[in-house]
Design a binder for this molecule. Sequence first.
Ligand code: PGA
Length: 237
Amino acid sequence: MKFIIFNWKSYLNFDESNFLIKFISKTKFKNKYNLIVAPSSFSLGFLKNKYKNVNFSGQNFDFYGKGGFTSFIPISDLSENNINYALIGHSEVRQYRKENNSIVNLKLKLTLDTKITPIVCIGEDLNTYKKKLTTDYLKKQIIETFDKNTQYKEVFIAYEPLWAIGSGLVPTNDEISKIADFIKFFLKDYSFKKLKILYGGSVNSENLEQLSKIKELDGFLVGSASIKKSFINKFKL
Ligand code: PGA
């Protein structure tokens, strides 16, 4: 089973999201794919209630609970509405909202009391990649994000090199396989009920087939291509 997460970011307005979800909800997809859609937080609640046969993910939530926290999204907004997945630590959230590894660590802990499967995003910048320091960088991210004495439930880790997001650049299959193996190896002393590794960064209709040959991966996190019907149709029965 390959998990394909559609990260719609802030690309679509409410009507456009509704239109595309309607198309997804009416389409039959191959059994080997589990499609999960992450619409904007504004559209998510409405779409989840209207389209019961679609799997949804939150793009984000905050570590404050319910209360006087203007603009924040409590995790209960997701869990009480049976949203079963949530992105945590996406590089754009890290960049624009200054989310760091210790916040990601806190948010990850909040999911333990819910049925939400966290999709934790990690990845290095171009400079780190060029200096061949990727694994050192990921090691630090992992150490600061996960605790050895916590029993995690199902967790997805999305390896998303920052230089590949939205750029059209993609690491080679060999590079991605090695990183997936490295992440699993490095986390072998940690406790997960299930650990799945995804790749994200410029996945599109043209490179999907090639990237799908990477047997170490459990799926993909897809941004801009995932709002295109031509890409969505790749998973059709
Ligand atoms: P992209 O984005 O597919 O547009 O590169 C991926 C992501 O940010 O999750």
